[in-house]
Design a binder for this molecule. Sequence first.
Ligand code: ISL
Length: 567
Amino acid sequence: MPQHASTLTETPDVPSRRWWKEAVVYQVYPRSFADSDGDGIGDLPGLISRLDHITGLGVDVIWLSPHFDSPNADNGYDIRDYRKVMHEFGTMEDFDRLLAECSARGLRLIIDLVVNHTSDEHAWFAESRSSRGNPKRDYYIWRDGSDGVPNNWPSFFGGSAWTKDEPTGDYYLHLFAAKQPDLNWDNPEVRAEVYDLMRFWLDKGVAGFRMDVIPFISKDPSFPDLTAEQLRAPQDVYANGPRVHDYLQEMNREVLSRYDVMTVGEAFGVSDRQASLFVAEDRHELNMVFHFDVVRLDREGWRRTPWSLPDLKAVYTRLDHAVGGTGWNTVFLGNHDTPRAVSHFGDDSAPCRVPSAKALATMMLAQRGTPFIYQGEELGMTNYPFQSIDQFDDVEVKGLWADWVETGRVEGEELLSHLRHTSRDHARTPMQWTGGRHAGFTTGPNPWFAIHPNHSEVNAAAALVDEHSVYRHYQRLIALRRAEPALVYGDYLDLDPAHERLFVFSRSLGGDHLLVVVNFSRDPEPFALPAGPEAWRTLLSNDPGRDTGPLRGDVTLGPWEALILKA
Ligand code: ISL
């Protein structure tokens, strides 16, 4: 029985209304959200105790990063039992209580579907690796080991994507860590197992899935070597296997079409032109995908490269054209795999942190597409001041260090100089609830990961009592999206793509015309309001000092000021 029947009506301006198009989503990385039992690790009861913080923003959906039983080789993205809650996070009763508490607050809960691979401690893999002839051998991807490594595919976490396994001497494929063997989706028994576990959680009442690297599930069975060019971005090859769309359309037929659900695929390696193949409504695959061209705008592999505002604006326009007509986009500036948004795209120095975090929020929540807010973004949490390699936790960092520094290819300090800006660990430091001990994340002596020293002033308690906090600005933006359908369904147009400091775009729906102007600079910036209306009304500014009277002619935006105006 679907948890939430969709009873929206269509209008001529909005031919295809869906609840997940109108939703705002908040991502929780449970390990780092809130610890209830003092073991230093976040858990489900801790999340339940903080639901009012999330609902206070006005969001509609929580995306819960993996909560399943796992040995945590990749912090839960290596699942050992799909029908069991990780013991550090609590019990299945805690999960059921979380669902009930979300529903009581009008919140939907989507969970993380990690089915490109399992943990090597999953019972399926234990059986598969035991011998060449067992019934589960073809649950995974094995190749004869007698001729050495099957091909030159790299793992994202360092080294080859193949590991030789002693019991049979064969190699198995793992696009990520060796403890994350890839499932063989060409095996119909594997697909049936996945559909069955999806039904298990949907029948409990979850409202859908975020699907981990789902474009990777189909592999070219000839396993050709990658060229030197392809090795620069192997994800572009891994995401283009021959049967990925067949499998997603089968998943939709067998499972998704039978529930009122929201699905979002993590489309690492999918180009903007390919995105619509996953999300066009008439293809019956997924509702949305996470696209990486924004969050990896300044990345070449592990290296950080310069980016410009015109580059960023061009991506948004390309993505809007790519799926605007047939499908639907997501909009996000951060998640558990990215640096903190305000450090990445804003300015986390003291005077600019709050205004720039609010400016980025304005830009994101006024774009066309479903917005995803990552835990801590609503507080303007910043990157962590990592100094040495032993402060990092991430399996990806350890793999890079082994691949590049221990082999002598680069100096440690060079890799660290990039990781201090790009590492996934920046997003995994615990939530900062208070300015007190361990930022109120845990009552225990040892939080699992370092607490940012700036929690003394960057924390939820302080935000709630400050009318001009980042949190309050997210609240106002989300309320405005509810009040202004043009911010959800309106046409999107970049009005000044070349401007180096201003991001100026319009959202138009029927007779409603909104103008969004964001100053991506710490200096004041003059701006000539478009002619046309008698005057522009200020719906929202991130500058407490802005006079909200009618605006016309030339205005000057303050440092990191962001305005939403209405004709
Ligand atoms: O750093 C990355 C790749 O070099 C990330 O982009 C990330 O690994 C990639 O987007 C896939 O991410 C997902 O799958 C991984 C897991 O580590 C990530 O946390 C998850 O979001 C393997 O499950």
